[in-house]
Design a protein around this ligand. Structure first.
Ligand SMILES: N[C@@H](CCC(=O)N[C@@H](CS)C(=O)NCC(=O)O)C(=O)O
Length: 207
């Protein structure tokens, strides 16, 4: 039986990841917008799906009904159902895991804090500089990896690329919002982003 999904999300990088993954495998899903600008993430109904009150959340209707929160956990769940999302060799699988955890633990939170301080009403130049340096460290690391392989995990597109691309290249990415010139300074990252943005799943999801 083909699984179907209910996705509770919003058009931000963490939400876009899951749309890309679902589109990539042509999964059947219903999109339920949770407007985080208006506090819909704090309702008891949504918190029953995502206890920390953050998008995305996914309900997966397979042999049993499974409810998940945290974008990384959702990507791994989808990769279990659609192994193509995880690469084809044990090495690619391991690298896809590593870079996906890295996105969730490093790139996402650091870019998030950079955006938080860059957009704050109270200026805090020290914090902006601190997080901007850490963001550049992330970008240079990706650039180094992508100068050695087409995708983050090797020769095949995986959940690692899905996890990272919205944080780098979507219009909602804080790098884009605050004009971080990553395309000029990270040629391999730029090549990777251009390649990914040609994929229909990415093109349709990063708006
Ligand atoms: N670690 C979480 C982070 C999720 C997250 O920060 N979601 C943001 C949107 S990108 C959110 O829901 N923000 C609303 C809020 O914090 O109230 C994940 O990867 O899913």
């Amino acid at each position: 039986m083909q699984p179907t999904f209910d996705l509770y999300s919003w058009n931000t990088p963490n939400g876009q990841k899951i749309v890309i993954a679902l589109e990539e495998v042509a999964a059947k899903y219903e999109y339920h917008p949770i407007d985080i600008r208006n506090g819909q993430q704090h309702t008891p109904e949504f918190k029953a799906l995502s206890p920390d009150g953050k998008i995305p959340a996914l309900v997966s209707h397979g042999e049993t009904k499974i409810s998940l929160f945290e974008s990384g956990a959702i990507l791994f769940h989808l990769a279990q159902l659609y192994p193509v999302l995880m690469g084809s060799t044990p090495e690619e699988h391991a690298r896809a895991s590593s870079w996906t955890f890295w996105q969730v633990g490093q790139l996402g939170p650091l870019a998030g804090q950079f955006g938080r301080f860059s957009g704050a009403d109270e200026p805090n130049p020290g914090a902006i500089e601190h997080f901007e340096q850490l963001v550049w460290r992330c970008l240079k690391l990706m650039d180094k990896q992508l100068s050695k392989s087409t995708y983050l995990a090797g020769d095949i597109f995986t959940i690692a690329d899905i996890a990272c691309i919205p944080w780098v290249a979507s219009n909602q990415s804080y790098l884009q919002v605050y004009g971080v010139p990553w395309r000029q300074h990270c040629p391999a990252l730029n090549r990777w982003a251009n390649t990914l943005q040609e994929r229909p799943s990415v093109k349709n999801s990063l708006k």
